[in-house]
Design a protein around this ligand. Structure first.
Ligand code: NAP
Ligand code: GDD
Length: 394
């Protein structure tokens, strides 16, 4: 056990005793206090570690919440008010807050509402924050550019400002910022932490801004912030307007005779697709390091949209060329042709490696969506009216 003294300097907000040699400089929250550090233990006392997740209702947020709960964390999530339920992905872990010992708490808020974010920090008192909230659809960002910038770029800045004040008030916290391989855009593959960003959409440009805000706050205020530069990751919980899920949902419904065609855009684009469950683990690993840093998380393999179609259709015994039609509305004004990540740094420093392979990923998504299509068929045959899910323009 190491003991060190942290000094408070009101001029710079946080000043760290030089040369103490322990790992405490990333926990600069107690004024003139003696702090005892022990390995990765929680420096905020003996209570369970607390995590706050923005975007908890999304694909990654739901997997991350499960992952953290399984590790004994108390998990807090920011949820947007919606006229329909938007917590479906949390159903498996949701518990009535009136019950004893519930470790998942949801707070109404929005990444565009700084006051609510600050209040949530005060209530949740997190040790770790995962900023996953975003308008995350690239094609939609061309239609809603200002909103995308507000949520993705300025939203991150709002959260960083709140976190800065939270640490000044004496709290220790570590922050994960959800960066994206889209930031590389037109940069030639393979892409790693040293590749220059070349964003090709309002979404990607906003993620680049968020990335640099995070770097700046890390350097300016000595905050423990990690940028994860995650390449595409998919799952059975993937939003139904992203291409992988659109394909597995569409082909499974075609197989069951529930729809005739599947309309897609550019089939030549290549992506480095991994499994979302593997990727949320990398987020957590970044925040357990002794020093903050930026990490590419990827499989290192790239496949085209038509490769994905080939594999998904082969699991279903279909010839996709009979059913897939091209629709220009799904094309982007500027496309990202090929993403392929080099995750050597994450492998070396975090010990992170993807577990699920590309064929396994496609298979698990197809199996899941075949089951959904089966349920839809059973209900329809029994005379029930079933609303078509995923009926979207994107
Ligand atoms: P997702 O499924 O689209 O989830 C996005 C989450 O953000 C949802 O919970 C959504 O809430 C929430 N959100 C949207 N606008 C918000 C706002 N104004 N205020 C508060 N919350 C808001 O995305 P994901 O795939 O889980 O990705 C998580 C993060 O990683 C995102 O930042 C994304 O840009 C980034 N990322 C994703 C990938 C990938 O391949 N999945 C790769 C790199 C980076 P609702 O449920 O209410 O819509
Ligand atoms: N969505 C969609 N719909 N994409 C299509 C379609 C279609 O009908 N047809 C072809 N595509 C092509 C797109 O043009 C793109 O080249 C590729 O499929 C992947 O599109 P998406 O699945 O929408 O994902 P993305 O790569 O644009 O963005 C996702 O990954 C990023 C990480 O690189 C999102 O999750 C982003 O939030 C994330 O940052």
């Amino acid at each position: 056990m190491t003991t060190c003294l942290i000094l408070w300097n009101s001029a710079t907000s946080v000043e760290i005793a030089a040369g103490c040699g322990c790992k405490c400089k990333w926990w600069p929250w107690r004024r003139k206090d003696e702090i005892r550090m022990s390995g990765q233990g929680n420096p905020n006392g003996n209570r369970s570690r607390r995590a706050l997740i923005t975007g908890i209702t999304g694909q990654d947020g739901s997997f991350l919440a499960e992952f953290l709960l399984a590790r004994g964390y108390e998990v807090h999530g920011v949820v947007r008010r919606a006229s329909t339920f938007n917590t479906e992905r949390l159903d498996a872990i949701y518990a009535d807050p009136h019950n004893q010992g519930v470790r998942l708490s949801l707070h109404y808020g929005d990444i565009t509402d700084g006051a609510a974010l600050r209040r949530t920090l005060d209530r949740a008192q997190p040790d770790e924050i995962y900023n996953l909230a975003a308008q995350s659809h690239v094609r939609v960002s061309f239609d809603q550019a200002e909103y995308t910038a507000d949520a993705v770029a300025t939203g991150t800045l709002r959260l960083l400002e709140a976190v800065r004040d939270y640490t000044v008030a004496g709290h220790a916290v570590r922050l994960y910022q959800a960066g994206s391989s889209e930031m590389y855009g037109a940069a030639r593959p393979p892409q790693d932490e040293n590749t220059t960003f070349y964003p090709r959409s309002p979404y990607a440009a906003s993620k680049v801004a968020a990335h640099w805000y995070a770097v700046n706050y890390r350097e300016a205020y000595k905050l423990f912030i990690c940028n994860g530069i995650l390449f595409n990751h998919e799952s059975e919980r993937r939003g139904e307007t992203f291409v992988t899920r659109k394909i597995t949902r569409g082909l499974a419904r075609i197989k069951m005779g529930l729809q005739e065609n599947l309309y897609l855009g550019n089939l030549n684009a290549k992506r480095d697709w991994g499994y979302a469950k593997d990727y949320v683990e990398a987020m957590w690993m970044m925040l357990q390091q002794t020093e903050p840093g930026d990490f590419v998380v990827a499989t290192g393999e790239s496949h085209s949209v038509s490769d994905f179609l080939d594999l998904a259709a082969s699991y279903l015994g279909l010839d996709w060329k009979k059913y897939v039609k091209e629709d220009p509305r799904y094309l982007r004004p500027t496309e990202v042709d090929c993403l392929c990540g080099d995750a050597a740094k994450a492998r070396a420093k975090l010990g992170w490696v993807p577990k699920v392979t590309f064929p396994q990923l496609v298979k698990l998504m197809v199996e899941h969506d075949l089951e959904l299509a089966g349920q839809e068929t059973t209900l329809t045959k029994a005379g029930h009216q079933v609303a078509q899910r995923g009926a979207s323009q994107r």
